[in-house]
Design a protein around this ligand. Sequence first.
Ligand code: HEM
Length: 479
Amino acid sequence: MVHTKKDRGSLQEARDQGTKVPNFFGKSERARQYEFYGLISTHFASIPQHTSEGSIFVVWFGTTPRLTISDPALIRQILVEKSEFFEKNESPALVRELEGDGLLSLKGEKWAHHRKIIQPMFHTENLKLMVPIMGKSMEEATEKWSEEMGLTSGGKMEVEVSDWYKKLVEEVIARATFGGSYQDGRPIFELQAQQMVHATQAYHQVFIPGYRLLPTKKNINSRRLEKEVRKSLVNLIDGRMRNKDTAFHKDLLGLMINATTTTTDDPELEITVNDIVQECKTIFFAGKHTTIQLLTWTTVLLAAHPQWQELARHEVLTVCGSRDIPTEDHLPKLKLLSMILNESLRLYPPAVAMIRRAKGDIRLGGGLHVLRGTELLIPILAVHHDPALWGGDAHEFNPMRFAKGVAHAAKHPMAFLPFGLGTRRCIGQNLAILQAKLAIAIILRRFSFELADDYSHSPSVLMLLHPQHGAPMLFRKLN
Ligand code: HEM
């Protein structure tokens, strides 16, 4: 990626200092929020965004040039109308180890076959069955937090919300993946979480070719974790395969194991134990941190905008009445909360960009001729902050823009794409939204919250958009 000297300075300053919240959300809120966008997108900000071709420019990633396309009409062509002319690019080796060789990276028929097998796990009817289970585990967690608060002076407590959400999200994904074998599956995800810590540390370091193969203490540990994850998953799969009495729910393990019994003409498409291992890794990788970031940013926004926090709480109390935990029938009625989640995904999309590669020469609208092998970058974050699409208040938190639905929130119906678009759009979208609604509703009912004095607003991108200095908040128990 090429930065100008000036860009590097502002990025570095942002990283070193963060920016104090009162400036961001106080008097000069508007000006400062513009600044936030500049901090994380200097490479977009430094280049004219709107040309007659509709904001197209090249950005260098090391030695690879990527054509950046932020016009929603062209994005629709790439991801929907002419998607067969584009494919996903390969992730860096380190990310590949973590994400597994599953849905995220598969291509062609193998991808289509796996997607068809896994899809039922995310059908609304199947997810609805999970609501009481999710609600119960969230209730247990919030009760524990309430007890801890009861022991503190004034019933309030400073917490790092992303830590809170980490456990909630891990538990839900483990249940969705392993179903009845959830207790046996949990330690596997814990091992994978440790692996992720190792990989994230390595991601921060300077890349030295071949370094990963050296027998350093960290590399030995990483390989041990990799072996353990694999061994535990294989044991779990063997157990489920042998135990014919175990009812197969529509969990990932059950769906994939069922698929091993169907024969296909193409040996490439037969589901093996290794395929199941890879898909378990992929679901955990793709679902965990994205959902944690959605929950974290939404809580930050509600803490920074107490009037919206109050409105959302009022809606939860009105819709759910005396029920402590919302049911699957309540969730679709929480309209304001849906708008708030959409606005959070717009301002702080956990996945900031998507990449595609042209499989052949292809002509797109506006006379754009893309040559075979060209990599295209679709900057979700930039599209979501574009005043030409979202109006003069594009950088402000205004959930009302979603009042008439997602398709009418911006000047173009494809301008909102936090989960991607087309056939490769996020398979876990419904699970993420369901979980976020449930968790935020339960929290709004039980606690009020504000940003802690030491909260420093510094959105930063490390694979995903996250608060670089964490999200410490003061929580107060409500009666
Ligand atoms: C707020 C939460 C989430 C966000 C913002 C998000 C975002 C995305 C995006 C943008 C893509 C498309 C990538 C591309 O086209 O290059 C994607 C794909 C994917 N996501 Fe999510 N995701 C979220 C939650 C989840 C969850 C909870 C799961 C699973 C439990 C999941 C599993 C996947 C998988 C497997 C794919 C690849 C789909 C395919 O190519 O067929 N995601 N996600």
